[in-house]
Write a protein that binds this ligand. Structure first.
Ligand code: NAD
Ligand code: MG
Length: 359
């Protein structure tokens, strides 16, 4: 028997799970990889040997899936990209090519069933990919974004609804402390609690020289990237139970700050320190705190001021993989850091950089 051959009828035979409740109701499913430009791949269902010492909840509708082996160099578009700019904060729907947030490719397996997550910047880019992944893993999700991003946000709302999960859309500006407090209160009320917080929203404005950075820019970058994380986390912690997880989005630039991102890189290094310090504090409450440090990812942050316009066409070309990442490729790290299986990981930073720099 070849358990990896979907044509082998014995491949679908149940393993140690003899209780029908434990068995996935669907024996076969198709992995839709259209978004990745790939042909549909076979989905393989293992019998499911439950080795864990801790009880594992049976997940209705969950299937075990295996992706085919893929060459990461050719999976997605490579530079050069068409020159493009957008007014800040940019829309994913206006990018060329459109980013892949996992809309048609992310397959969940119930790892966050019943969890309640708030994701800032959940309308586009890495936050949207995380929102889609969390919903497909069984979580209810609140997303925050700026009012002008409503068209992007509505696409996410529809995607989460179509998973049968609860979604709460809360537009507003996190540079305002009172809004941050309201954001958390509305999330807790709308979701019926809060056990995952993803501080992901950010402002990135490239400037060639410190002489070009105004006090206003410096202030806005720090307000969005550091103050808001502090305000939102402070408001959220009292509602978060033991077992909850906080995930902050840092960056490779915390470790390799480029000259044109002076203020932004300073905030990202600050996020790493905040994450490690807070993890020590919140360990006493059983709350884990970690960060993800992305390398170059194809998101609206970049054409809306994050890169100097003449550098955007070659975005990601200095990555050893030769291209930028797509948001769908990083969402699994957020799922991992949120999920209960990862119970000993706190105060840690996980990179996804395409091979250059990072933690
Ligand atoms: P993105 O533009 O899709 O997401 C950023 C989001 O921040 C926006 O969608 C917006 O909703 C939110 N935001 C910004 N200012 C806000 C404000 N004042 N109030 C409310 N929301 C606000 O871009 P992304 O690349 O997915 O960014 C997500 C995170 O990833 C950010 O923390 C960014 O620093 C980080 N990151 C991105 C890259 C990359 O190459 N794209 C690399 C490293 C780190
Ligand atoms: Mg956006």
């Amino acid at each position: 028997m070849n358990p990896q051959d979907p044509k082998d009828p014995r491949a679908a035979a149940p393993g140690p799970h003899t209780d029908a409740k434990d068995r996935p109701p669907s024996r076969r499913a198709a992995l839709n990889l259209v978004g990745a430009g790939l042909a549909a791949a076979p989905v393989l269902l293992a019998g499911g040997a439950a080795q864990a010492q801790i009880p594992v909840q049976p997940v209705p509708g969950a299937t075990r899936v295996r992706r085919p082996m893929q060459d990461p160099r050719n999976l997605y578009p490579r530079p050069p990209f068409a020159a493009q700019t957008q007014p800040w904060p940019g829309l994913a729907s206006r990018m060329n090519p459109r980013p892949d947030h996992g809309e048609s490719s992310y397959v969940g397996s119930g790892r966050l069933l019943g969890r309640k997550a708030l994701i800032t910047g959940g309308d586009s880019g890495i936050g949207r990919a995380t929102a889609i992944a969390f919903a497909r893993e069984g979580a209810d999700v609140a997303i925050n974004y700026l009012p002008v991003e409503e068209p992007d946000a509505q696409e996410v709302v529809q995607l989460i609804r179509s998973e049968g999960r609860r979604v709460v859309a809360i537009p507003g500006d996190i540079r305002d402390e009172s809004f941050c407090q309201r954001l958390v209160a509305e999330s807790v009320r709308g979701l019926g609690g809060l056990d995952i917080l993803v501080n992901n929203a950010a402002k990135q404005s490239a400037q060639k020289s410190i002489l070009d950075i105004t006090t206003e820019q410096f202030d806005q970058t720090l307000k969005t990237n550091l103050y808001a994380m502090f305000w939102i986390t402070k408001a959220a912690v009292p509602s978060m139970p033991a077992g909850a997880a906080i995930i902050n989005t840092a960056s490779v630039v915390a470790y390799e700050p480029p000259e044109q991102l002076l203020d932004y890189a300073s905030t990202k290094a600050g996020i790493v320190a905040f994450t490690k310090s807070l993890a020590k504090q919140l360990a006493t409450r059983g709350i884990r705190v970690n960060a993800v440090a992305p390398g170059p990812y194809w998101t609206p942050l970049q054409p809306s001021g994050g890169q100097l316009p003449d550098e955007l066409p070659k975005f990601g070309s200095d990555s050893p993989l030769g291209r930028p990442g797509q948001p769908a490729e990083i969402a699994p790290l957020y799922v991992l850091l949120a999920s209960a299986e990862n119970s000993y990981t706190t105060g840690n930073v996980y990179g996804s950089t395409g091979g250059r720099g990072g933690p």
